[in-house]
Design a protein around this ligand. Sequence first.
Ligand SMILES: [Zn+2]
Length: 181
Amino acid sequence: MTLRAHILGAAAGGGLPQWNCGCENCNLARKGEIRSQTQSSLAVSTNGIDWAILNASPDIRHQLAQTACLHLSNLRTLPLCSVLVTNGDIDHVAGLLTLREMQPFSLFATGAIHDVMSNNTIFDAPNASVVDRQTIATGQSFDLAPGLLATLFPVPGKVPLYLEGDEVQTDLIGDQTVGFS
Ligand SMILES: [Zn+2]
């Protein structure tokens, strides 16, 4: 099996330049003197035809437009077959709102991450009649894309900033933040 991967974006949350940052790097990126960077996301495939996206960044519209292997092959045939979300951070789920035009794909996440999204009805926008929500337990193998078997594993993390309560635990390990192998 050959794993093909395209780095769609490699910047931390906010990207480069970040909208509210006036640091030297952000200013250089605004002037075009260094390259701007979109927020982290990865596309993977084994056959080069069917692609899965790991985390839907707020920059996904631009990232899809910039990546030839993810372009439509005809009027409505998109090579995107699934999106895997590894936590509920805005940086990882906001792009789902861009993928809302009755376009079928599978949306993989753990139960805890699906709960974060289903508790916020704006995430009903990728319509459930065509976007198939699949709940994956950690340790369970599943087909992320044709020929691409994946497993999720818990990694240390904290709840998304927008869900923080008065006391923030930064060393949570469970199914709210996961890695993928
Ligand atoms: Zn900055």
